[in-house]
Ligand binder design. Structure first.
Ligand SMILES: [Zn+2]
Length: 138
């Protein structure tokens, strides 16, 4: 007897989709992800397929939607906890901990490093994801 599946959340981010799936499963929901592979492998296609759909059987849909809402509201707190361990310190401008290495293109420096040609110790550029402030790693 096939039961109808209902989409309770859509995500363009495989990490978020997995996060939702794990937490829903912990709560005892029966979770199916649709289009997760295509989005995971080809991020550019995420828009085309409308994101990753998180689905549950229709009888669980209402509870699952409520749970997803709660999770998305609580998610920020969880991210904050993770960011403390990011190791990039605090933004000097806005004190955010949401810092990540600045992604430069695969330029000449990258090629030289790849070939094993020694350079002066490279300093990574860090960028604050909240205010955009850039600085070099100490
Ligand atoms: Zn900042």
């Amino acid at each position: 007897m096939g039961e109808e599946l209902v989409t309770v959340a859509t995500s363009y981010n495989i990490v978020e989709a997995e996060f939702l799936r794990n937490h829903l499963e912990d709560e005892g929901f029966e979770v199916y992800l649709a289009d997760e592979n295509i989005v995971g492998s080809y991020n550019l296609l995420a828009n085309a397929v409308g994101g990753i759909k998180i689905r549950v059987p229709s009888r669980e849909a209402q509870d699952a939607m409520r749970f997803v809402d709660d999770l998305r509201n609580a998610e920020i707190v969880e991210e904050d906890l993770e960011e403390i361990d990011s190791g990039y310190g605090v933004c000097e401008k806005c004190e955010s901990r949401d810092i990540s290495p600045y992604r430069e293109g695969f330029g000449l420096k990258g090629v030289l490093l790849f070939l094993g040609i020694p350079l002066m110790k490279p300093r990574r550029k860090l960028i604050c994801n909240d205010c955009g402030f850039e600085r070099f790693e100490k």
